[in-house]
Design a protein around this ligand. Structure first.
Ligand SMILES: [Zn+2]
Length: 461
């Protein structure tokens, strides 16, 4: 532990200037966030002309009909216009909130709300919770019309929307309620650790965050998801026996096999697995089953089980722990820094003893540009994992010595094409746009890779 703390202390010494120098942090955050927004807008403008192409790329031409292609181009164009507008709109709102001292105002408002109930400024944790929710609610209001438009106009126009206004409102309220029910105790515990551990908070907070993630792995599918969707055990039949057979041969600890009513909200389709290492659940969207044949859904699951086989979720989790750790390791320098709060319009009295939650919020804003680079790195890792999982599906026949699986690669290819066509996913993709935004390789890239896996296999034989 001492090694850890002396390392952390060294980082803090390097960043000691944060606590004393009057740096114009607000200007930096404005400049950074506008740079990121303008760069993302530039990417959209690179991608946009591709939606005007009149025929699909050669490699996809025999898989996608002209009508489907034109539909996907129109959908892509609409989504891109909307994305550009909402990006710039949100950035203007965020920027105005930052410029006119919205965060300082929220802290004051939280204080006066608590004052009405007879709690003074000593109740920092309580005030932090009220502060966070005031901020969360108020800042989500301006973008609410965007999400209404996206659901009821954009998705509706292209035939994806299944959400009724009633469901939309109940989803929204449920979301807020869950954020409060889970968020308030989380925040309270998070802040309590700072009070209790003082400047030695890093290992304790790491331990806490890891435990919280484990609890969520258990709570999310069992408690939270059923509030929004219905999971029913997959009925007996060809698909069930195929999936159970596959899981059995790979020694995948399948506990439950569910069908989810994804079609309740949208016609976009998918499949995934989750759970603890010794007890896993597989969930298949009803839409996927309607769109693809059982042997193709089986191939999609072979890909998913590839993720499990190569421990991709565990690796992703490990990377995110390192990420969280590096954020926490930098934080102590920003924790007791009055000039930081002053530059965001907090009054002298608040800045003199910075509330932890405020310091953490401002610190995160300062990290925005770094986070943009990290997300590009994470996408690269995720793409590599997708490629590995596709190869796993292709090579199952050798791994399991199963004659019946020789066409797994073709089946996966067919399923991917169906998914792509039914979801009207974009066919032409700008490389830079894709590298920045997409966690999955494009369809063309995946089909090409599937073919080359098959070819390499054939050569070996
Ligand atoms: Zn995948």
């Amino acid at each position: 532990m001492d090694f850890l703390h002396s390392g952390l202390a060294a980082i803090q010494r390097h960043l000691a200037f944060v606590a004393v120098d009057p740096i114009d942090w607000k200007f930096y955050v404005q400049a950074f966030s506008w740079t990121v927004t303008l760069f993302e807008s530039y990417l959209l403008l690179r991608q946009y002309p591709l939606y005007s192409k009149t025929s699909p790329p050669e490699s996809l031409a025999r898989h996608i009909g002209q009508e489907d292609f034109e539909k996907s181009q129109k959908y892509g164009k609409d989504k891109a216009q909307f994305a550009l507008f909402s990006k710039l709109f949100s950035q203007c709102i965020d920027s105005a909130m930052l410029q006119y001292g919205f965060y300082a105002w929220c802290w004051k408002a939280a204080g006066s709300i608590l004052g009405k109930f007879g709690y003074g400024g000593d109740y920092e944790i309580l005030q932090s919770i009220v502060f966070s929710f005031t901020m969360y609610l108020l800042s989500s209001l301006p973008t609410l019309p965007l999400s209404v438009y996206s659901t009821f106009v954009l998705e509706e126009r292209h035939g994806f929307n299944k959400v009724t206004p009633g469901l939309f409102i109940s989803d929204l309220l449920k979301g807020w309620l869950i954020a409060f029910v889970l968020g308030a105790p989380f925040l309270a515990a998070f802040l309590y650790i700072f009070q209790w551990a003082g400047d030695r908070f890093v290992p304790w907070l790491m331990g806490f965050m890891i435990s919280f993630q484990f609890i969520m792995v258990i709570l999310y599918p069992t408690v939270i998801q059923p509030l929004f969707n219905k999971l029913t055990p997959l009925s007996d039949g060809e698909l069930r026996s195929r999936v159970e057979g596959l899981a059995g041969k790979l020694h995948f600890p399948l506990k439950h096999l569910y069908e989810i009513d994804g079609s309740k909200r949208s016609s976009h389709s998918n499949a995934y697995f989750f759970g603890l290492p010794w007890s896993k659940h597989i969930v298949i969207f009803d839409t996927l089953m309607q769109q693809s044949k059982p042997e193709e859904v089986e191939a999609v699951l072979a890909h998913e089980l590839g993720h499990w086989y190569y421990l991709h979720p565990t690796k992703m989790m490990a990377i995110s722990q390192i990420h969280i750790f590096s954020i926490l390791a930098l934080f102590p320098a920003f924790l007791h820094a009055p000039p930081l709060l002053r530059s965001f319009d907090f009054p002298k009295a608040v800045a003199a003893r910075p509330p932890t939650i405020v310091a953490f919020l401002l610190f995160q804003m300062i990290l925005t540009p770094m986070e943009a680079f990290i997300s590009i790195g994470m996408n690269a890792v995720s793409r590599h994992f997708e490629w590995e999982a596709d190869r796993f599906a292709c090579e199952l026949q050798d791994r399991l010595k199963e004659e019946s699986m020789t066409d797994m690669g073709d089946r996966l290819g067919r399923a991917l094409i169906t998914l792509h066509v039914k979801n009207l996913s974009t066919v032409w993709v700008d490389w830079l746009y894709s590298a920045y935004h997409h966690s999955h390789p494009t369809l063309t890239e995946r089909l090409k890779a599937l073919e080359s896996f098959q070819a390499k296999r054939a050569k070996k034989e």
